[in-house]
Design a protein around this ligand. Structure first.
Ligand code: ATP
Ligand code: MG
Length: 418
C-alpha cells in the first residue's frame, strides 16, 4: 500500500481505546438523561439530497458556501454527506408524516462532515449528539431544552468549565428591523470588512456578527444591539426564557452578539462555551427554529433544539468511566486447554466477562490477565479437573479459594459483582 493509503483522510481519524470509550460514555449519558425528558431516538441516513441542506441552512452560510461534501452519485443525483442533523431530522419528520403527531421530542447522534481546516477541536468528520423538540411554541420548552443540556454536561463533569450564553434573534419583523440597522451601520464601513462579511452585508447582514475575522470583530463591538429592535412579543418570549432559567437556578450570560449561523433560527439562541479548547470553544449550541418545517414543505411547526460537539466534550473529559473488570480463565498445561475453554464459554453464556489465553505458559497468561485488569484468575489444572473445582485467585489480594465448577458463576457474581 502507498504511504497515503494507510493514512486516514485529512481531518478524519479512527476512534478507538479510551477515546472510543469517552464517546460511548457521552452518548450513554445523553440518551439516558434525554429519555427522562421524553426524548425518543431517531437515526437518519448519512446522505441526503443536497437541497435538504442548501435550501434550509442558507446559501451564504459557511456550511453551504464552503464546507459541504457534495457529490453526484452514479445516477446523477446531487447528494450531500450530512454536515449537521437538524435539517435531516426535519426532513425525516415530514417524510414519515410525523407532523400529525406533535409534539415530538427526538434525539440523534452520529458523524457529520464539513470541509474545514483541521485543528484542535475541529475536524472534517466529527460527531454530534442533537435533540429536537417540535410542536411546542411555549418559551418554557426553550428552558427545558437548555436544562437538558445543563444536566447532560453536569453529569459528564464538564458543566462547571462552561459558560451558557444566550440571546434572542426575535421574530421575523424584529429581525427585519435589525437587519436594516446593521446595513445602515456597516455600509459606510464596508471597505474595512473581510471579503466574506462584505458578501454577508448584501445577503444576510446578521451573519456578520458571527464572523471570527479579527478586523470584522473590531467593527462588530460597536454595532447596534438587537435589543432596541425587538418586538414586544419577542421581548416577552425572551423574558420568559430568562425567568425560567432563573427559576431553575441555571446561570447564563447575555451575549447580544450571539446569532446562530444558520438561516432557520429565530427567537432564543444559546451556546455553552469553554476556554479549555482554545478558539474552538463552543461545545453545545442551539436555538429555536420555528420556520424550518414549513420552509421544507410541512405545516407551520414551532421547534427548538441543540447539537453538542461530542469530540470537543471528549477533549474536556478528565476522567474516563471505569471499565468493568473481567475474570481470566487460565489453563495450567496444554492438556487442560479444552476443559478450560468450555468453562470459559459456559461462564460467558451466563453473563460473566471472561478473558481467555490461547497461548503461552502460565506466567505469560497471568501477565495477560493483569494487563486486562482482571479481578480474578480461575486456574484450571489437572487436579482441578479431577475434582471439578477451579482455583480462584483474587488478583488484588492474592487470596486463593477452591470453587466447584458448577458454583463458579454464583461465586463470581457474589464476590466480584460480575
Ligand atoms: P464553530 O463556530 O466552532 O464552527 P458551528 O457554529 O459551525 O461551530 P454548529 O453547526 O452549531 O457549529 O454545530 C454544533 C456543535 O458541533 C459545535 O458547537 C461544535 O461543538 C461541534 N462542531 C461543529 N463543527 C465541528 C468540527 N468541524 N469539528 C468538531 N466539532 C464541531
Ligand atoms: Mg463552523
Amino acid at each position: 500500500m502507498s504511504e497515503k493509503m494507510i493514512q486516514p483522510v485529512r481531518g478524519t481519524h479512527d476512534l478507538l481505546g479510551e477515546d472510543y470509550r469517552k464517546h460511548q460514555w457521552i452518548r450513554d449519558i445523553a440518551y439516558t438523561v434525554a429519555q427522562k425528558y421524553g426524548y425518543e431516538p431517531i437515526a437518519t441516513p448519512v446522505i441526503e439530497y443536497s437541497s435538504v441542506f442548501k435550501r434550509t441552512l442558507g446559501e451564504t452560510t459557511d456550511i453551504v458556501g464552503k464546507e459541504m461534501y457534495t457529490f453526484e452519485d452514479r445516477g446523477g443525483e446531487s447528494l450531500t454527506i450530512r454536515p449537521e442533523g437538524t435539517a435531516s431530522v426535519a426532513r425525516a419528520v415530514i417524510s414519515n408524516s410525523l407532523t400529525q403527531s406533535m409534539p415530538l421530542k427526538l434525539i440523534y447522534d452520529g458523524p457529520m462532515m464539513r470541509y474545514e481546516r483541521p485543528q484542535k477541536g475541529r475536524t472534517r468528520q466529527f460527531h454530534q449528539i442533537g435533540v429536537e423538540c417540535l410542536g411546542i411554541a411555549d418559551p418554557l420548552v426553550d428552558v427545558e431544552t437548555i436544562a437538558l443540556g445543563v444536566q447532560i454536561l453536569s453529569q459528564l463533569g464538564v458543566l462547571s468549565r462552561t459558560v451558557l450564553e444566550i440571546n434572542t434573534i426575535g421574530d421575523t419583523a424584529s429581525r427585519q428591523a435589525y437587519r436594516q440597522a446593521l446595513v445602515d451601520y456597516f455600509t459606510p464601513l464596508s471597505s474595512q470588512l473581510s471579503a466574506d462579511s462584505q458578501t454577508r452585508l448584501t445577503h444576510n447582514p446578521l451573519r456578520i456578527l458571527d464572523s471570527k475575522n479579527p478586523e470584522d470583530q473590531k467593527l462588530i463591538t460597536h454595532a447596534p444591539a438587537f435589543d432596541h429592535y425587538l418586538s414586544d412579543t419577542s421581548r416577552e418570549a425572551f423574558n420568559k426564557v430568562c425567568r425560567g432559567l432563573d427559576g431553575l437556578g441555571i446561570a447564563y450570560k447575555r451575549n447580544p452578539l450571539l446569532v446562530r449561523g444558520l438561516d432557520y433560527y429565530c427567537h432564543t439562541a444559546f451556546e455553552f462555551t469553554t476556554t479549555d479548547l482554545g478558539s474552538q470553544g463552543t461545545v453545545l449550541a442551539g436555538g429555536r427554529y420555528d420556520g424550518l418545517i414549513a420552509q421544507m414543505g410541512g405545516p407551520e411547526t414551532p421547534a427548538v433544539g441543540w447539537a453538542m460537539g461530542v469530540d470537543r466534550v471528549a477533549l474536556m473529559l478528565d476522567r474516563v468511566p471505569k471499565q468493568p473488570r473481567p475474570v481470566a480463565v487460565i489453563a495450567v498445561g496444554e492438556e487442560t486447554m479444552e476443559t478450560a475453554f468450555q468453562l470459559t464459554m459456559g461462564l460467558r453464556q451466563q453473563g460473566v466477562m471472561v478473558e481467555f489465553s490461547y497461548s503461552g505458559n502460565v506466567g505469560k497468561r497471568m501477565k495477560r490477565a493483569d494487563k486486562a485488569n482482571a479481578c480474578a484468575a480461575i486456574l484450571v489444572g489437572t487436579d482441578e479437573i479431577a475434582t471439578s473445582q477451579a482455583t480462584v485467585r483474587h488478583l488484588d489480594t492474592g487470596e486463593q479459594k477452591r470453587v466447584a465448577f458448577a458454583g463458579l458463576k454464583d461465586y463470581l457474581v457474589d464476590t466480584f459483582k460480575q
